[in-house]
Design a protein. Structure first.
Length: 65
């Protein structure tokens, strides 16, 4: 399995258990490692459909945050 890493990704979100924690957005920092399943002998290309789209990963993380 090939691994793609995104380090020091920062997103502002509202998190916390207590109400006072959730009043103001807080910056969180993420380190992500994403595995691309498949045998190592599978040919790789430069086409996004053959790998992981960093932009799509970042967009999903922003929505989840």
């Amino acid at each position: 399995m090939d691994i793609i890493a995104i380090h020091d990704f920062r997103v502002e979100t509202q998190i916390g258990f207590y109400e006072w924690e959730r009043r103001l957005p807080q910056m969180i920092q993420l380190d992500l490692e994403l595995g691309i399943p498949g045998p190592h002998d599978t040919p790789r290309t430069d086409r996004l459909r053959d790998t992981i789209d960093y932009g799509a990963v970042v967009a999903c993380a922003r929505v989840a945050g």
